[in-house]
Write a protein that binds this ligand. Structure first.
Ligand code: ZN
Length: 251
């Protein structure tokens, strides 16, 4: 085989690996994002429950203050018992106290109802807190895994890049420039096989005479359509049937 062609094939193999490693590295943040979403979601849900709790507590305090104010009014009224002279005044006085007391009971009922809601919400908030912790742990674990994988992939990448340099040094600069142009332009595939008179890079037919020349792998050929470097690799089916395979066929 042509030495330059052989080097090109090997360089393409290395670059395919390098590109696939780069792709894996690029996909890592996305994988992490999958775990970040539930964590963030749980966090905002917890925040929501917490602010609902706060609102209830504030409401409860207001109601309690209101009840206290009414109680004060009742106390004041009661302290004025001695000032009452007539029955009529006394009736009005009792009615006023009764009215305030009714109002106070109504508020105290509301406070109780708020306390029940608060209890339920607090339970809910505890549940959400557990969820936040769990999703956070899962996210942190995943973050660690991703970080380890990233380090591993970068190390692998460096190994292949070093190997790549050895090949590049042996390839003629003109051929290498052409290769690099093709690699960038043709989706990371600059060197492709041919099979059945077809370029496997772009599926275009190759003229029979050229195909015969390509099959020899003695010279560098480019696909006239996609310009990729072409080579031929013998297929299992192309090999002449040896004695072993005929035995196999007979069995
Ligand atoms: Zn082609």
């Amino acid at each position: 085989m042509n030495e330059q062609l052989k080097l090109l094939i090997e360089l393409q193999e290395i670059d395919t690996v390098i590109l696939s490693i780069a792709e894996k590295i690029e996909s890592l943040p996305g994988r992490l994002e999958q775990f970040k979403a539930p964590f963030k979601e749980a966090g905002s849900l917890l925040q929501k429950v917490k602010s609902q709790c706060e609102a209830l507590i504030k409401n409860k305090k207001n109601k309690e203050m209101e009840a206290d104010e009414i109680q004060e009014k009742i106390n004041k009224l009661k302290s004025r018992t001695k000032e009452i002279k007539t029955n009529k005044e006394y009736e009005a006085y009792l009615k006023e106290i009764e009215g305030f007391e009714k109002e106070k009971f109504r508020i105290e009922d509301a406070v109780l109802s708020i306390m029940e809601d608060l209890e339920a919400l607090t339970k809910n908030s505890q549940k959400e807190e557990v969820k936040v912790k769990k999703t956070e742990e899962e996210f942190k674990q995943q973050e660690k895994t991703v970080e380890e994988e990233k380090t591993k992939l970068h190390a692998e990448m460096e190994t292949f890049k070093t190997k790549r340099k050895e090949f590049v040094a042996k390839i003629e600069s003109e051929v290498y420039d052409q290769y690099m142009n093709l690699l960038k332009r043709s989706g990371g595939l600059a060197v492709v096989q041919t099979r059945n008179e077809i370029c496997l890079g772009c599926n275009t037919n190759i003229p029979p005479q050229q195909y015969n020349d390509i099959k020899k792998n003695e010279n560098i050929f480019n696909c006239y359509f996609c310009k990729r470097f072409l080579y031929y690799k013998e297929q299992e089916s192309d090999k002449p049937q040896g004695p072993q395979s005929s035995i196999k066929n007979q069995q």
